[in-house]
Design a binder for this molecule. Structure first.
Ligand SMILES: [Zn+2]
Length: 432
């Protein structure tokens, strides 16, 4: 089932042209002259409130059901500190704009964890571990916007499946702004409400078939989710919902034998299947497999290696990346049916070990697009990678992928058959 995706709201322009401005009111600012009005009632001045941080939501969230049976709203808040002083984020609240109910509240370490300054990578467990987030330590630093700077706040709101999904969201920022006048430095900003997308997510078939598949780097771990790129004068998060599908063998290993041989890896050569009836929008087959555990000569153009993009209709596209050279079973313009084999899982492009990078997006460009959530119609969760935090689970996965050791797993609350659900991060999944 395929419906239209959300409209894209442009990001606020970069800070290049933004002069650092203090919040001191200019003494000679001009006021526009009142224009003649045909109405008998006088014009009411708009209340003016200083907002040291300019906040916007570039992409309205599209609700989807996760493998944990919760409804998820996954999106970003873009923040620009337009002042000459540091501005600390004391609290970030997500509200149902219609009822005023607080859906999520971040403070201290949770803000540090969610906030990623423009141009930098995501903070790790270690980055925020040493302070409570209220002092001068790492967490407090991470939740403070330096003068004339910006950041993305990554918001993942999970709602009980029985609860009503809000149709509009608003955001409230509690700030301490150095550039504000003394006595007024602690302030609250109300960010204008946005609509939650009313789009239905694409629902399709499993891209792989068999047991022991690992949904590595899926939402809402950081590596794909936070891969913000400035392309074509816009900030894109094409990989917001990407999964790097890996596979363990019956002993729980991602590979056995020579780590430099692609054939040592359980997933290598497995068939990749069409998500839905579609038209082939791109089919690139010109790159060799990389030698596993090394990545050489990767750039923006060849990062996906041999890849296929399927046009699902209604503005949705799906990318299959890193396929084996010569394995593509389709060419541009072909019509494929759901489940058709389109190629084989390989190790071409920006790939450290054989895997299938799979994501849905809102244009045919794998990088200049916005990542769209999707659901798989039927799969079975059998376990999850062990670890208390997303970082720990990712580290356990990385070790097993690099060393060929057994991937440690534990039962998960999501174990069992799942229908019409998005595979969340680091689950072990059987796909039929
Ligand atoms: Zn990937």
């Amino acid at each position: 089932m395929l419906r239209t995706h959300s409209r894209r709201i442009p990001f606020i322009a970069t800070l290049g042209a933004v002069a650092a401005a203090s919040l001191v009111l200019a003494g000679c600012s001009s006021t526009p002259e009142a224009s003649p009005s045909s109405s008998s009632s006088p014009a009411v001045p708009v209340d003016a409130q200083m907002t040291p941080v300019l906040a916007s939501v570039p992409n309205s969230p599209i609700p989807f059901v996760g493998s944990d049976a919760k409804t998820w709203l996954v999106y970003e808040l873009s923040l620009i500190n337009f002042t000459s002083g540091a501005t600390k984020l004391d609290k970030v609240e997500v509200l149902n704009a219609d009822t005023g109910a607080v859906l999520k509240e971040l403070s201290g370490k949770a803000i540090a964890r969610a906030t990623q300054p423009f141009g930098s990578s995501s903070p790790t467990d270690e980055d925020i571990a040493d302070e409570a987030g209220t002092g001068s330590g790492a967490a407090a630093k991470l939740s403070t916007l330096p003068p004339a700077s910006g950041a993305l706040v990554f918001l993942d709101v999970a709602i009980d499946v029985d609860a009503t999904v809000p149709t509009r969201l608003s955001h409230r920022l509690s700030l301490t702004a150095e550039a504000a006048p003394p006595g007024s430095q602690e302030l609250t900003e109300e960010v204008p409400a946005i609509d939650v997308s009313s789009s239905q997510v694409p629902i399709g078939q499993n891209p792989l078939r068999g047991d022991g598949y690992v949904s590595a780097d899926s939402c809402c771990a950081n590596r794909h989710r936070r891969a913000a790129l400035s392309i074509n004068n816009e900030v894109f998060l094409a990989q917001r919902f990407a999964v790097d599908w890996e596979q363990v063998d019956s002993s729980g290993r991602i590979f056995q034998g020579d780590p430099a041989d692609v054939n040592s890896y359980e997933i290598y050569g497995k068939d990749a299947h069409a998500f839905a009836n579609a038209t082939v929008a791109a089919a690139v087959d010109e790159y060799p497999d990389q030698v596993p555990q090394t990545v050489e000569d990767v750039n923006l153009q060849n990062a996906d290696g041999n890849h296929v993009v399927l046009d699902l209709g209604n503005g949705n596209y799906v990318l299959y990346a890193h396929l084996i050279p010569g394995s593509l079973a389709v060419k541009v313009g072909d019509q494929v049916n759901a489940g058709d084999v389109i190629g084989k899982v390989g190790n071409s492009g920006n790939s450290i070990a054989p895997h299938l990078h799979f994501h849905v997006m809102d244009s045919a460009s794998p990088l200049a697009s916005s990542g769209v959530p999707y659901e798989l119609s039927a799969f079975t969760v059998t376990a999850q990678v062990a670890g208390d935090t997303a970082d720990q689970r990712t580290a356990a996965f990385d070790k097993a992928e690099a060393k060929g050791t057994v991937l440690p797993t534990v039962p998960s609350a999501s174990d069992g058959a799942r229908q019409d659900a998005f595979p969340l991060d680091q689950l072990i999944i059987s796909m039929q």
